[in-house]
Ligand binder design. Sequence first.
Ligand code: SF4
Ligand code: SF4
Length: 443
Amino acid sequence: MSYLDNILFAILLIVGFGFFAASVKKIIRNINLGVDVNRKDNSKARWKNMALIALGQSKMVRRPVAGILHIFVYVGFIIINIELLEIIIDGLFGTHRIFAPYLGVVYDVLIASFEILAILVIFAVTVFWIRRNFIRLKRFIHSDLKGFPKSDANYILYFETVLMILFLLMNASDLHLQSVPGGVFHKAGSFPISQFIAPIFNGMSNELVMLLFEVFWWLHIVGILIFMNYLYFSKHLHILLAFPNTYFANLNPEGQFDNLESVTKEVKLMMDPNADPFAAAPADENAAPSKFGASDVQDLNWVQLLNAYTCTECGRCTSACPANQTGKKLSPRKIMMDTRDRLQEVGKNIDANKGVFVPDNKTLLNDYITPEELWACTSCNACVEECPVNISPLSIIMDMRRYLVMEQSAAPMSLNAMMTNIENNGAPWQYSQQDRLNWKNEN
Ligand code: SF4
Ligand code: SF4
């Protein structure tokens, strides 16, 4: 590589990482639009969650075929990118396989394992493509995934395949140049896969193979930088966010809801005839929030917004959702996708208005998610249980329902009647207080 190439490479890196840093900054800014929630407790359990679920992929393998193939892609992605470090150093300083002399046989083992992983990634990605486009699994052709989300999933599969092929072609041309008489490159690495590709360069001049090597090398690194910057727009953000998302996930039992203290106190006073209303806590301790529930993304907490960016759009939640299975309009995957879309819209609004959100007469409720979807939920938690990265669509549904009930009194008729009865009779039925046990006489 000439000095000019090294300078060009340095500029490319600065631009690639610069854009990526700007995207990360935007994501953090948008997540911080959410209200605060304390997830700093019990760090031991949180690290364990992250190690098992994000790193260990423990929930992915519940569906073994997809789980194991996903591990190939995931491990391949992580491990092969270790090589990125060497590529960057070589690109900046004009060296060639700089780690080889220092690592010796370890280097050979590393390069060989990268190649085996590369071929496993190509295999896994091909199976994923077939499942998505040929077998057409129901959760991949669901109406949620029309338009960009459907294309996004395929783009990533194509991207990963091209990157792996470029990686193998780069190694194969390198091996050829190491093996020619006199050796254009010094001997370095072991190439169990690309040794079968290298013969395609036989008969070509060294200059031509060198040119091809450089083309593969540049396309590989440029492809990686493009892939990294594409993440911001893609469901593939989960390859980074799955880690914080599992760390900050709710540790409470799934059936435990986060009741509002102020409301709980009122209900207890109402239900308990012996309660002493004057024994209430100081006014500010249980003060009612300024708004009950959530109608837009800024009303959700930051972990719910992190959930939205982390969603892999795999549809495991929707395929397990009883409401969806029985033909209701609800899809928990759509709840997460809508939340992310709205959050992105709010973020763009802030960018366009010098850091301030200017009301746009839109909200997550109604413009993205309808009350019909929210009321179809049975709060069974199947979506939470199924999610491979510990996302809770249910918590968003419950917060939006809370808004409908407490701010808009817009619950379905049957619920309104029940709540009126609780308020008036201390029981869900339409009996007076004295007759509240009459329900057991009905057949
Ligand atoms: S909690 Fe609601 S959204 Fe989640 S699976 Fe159950 S019914 Fe579906
Ligand atoms: S919420 Fe979880 S299960 Fe549902 S689509 Fe997103 S990642 Fe998959």
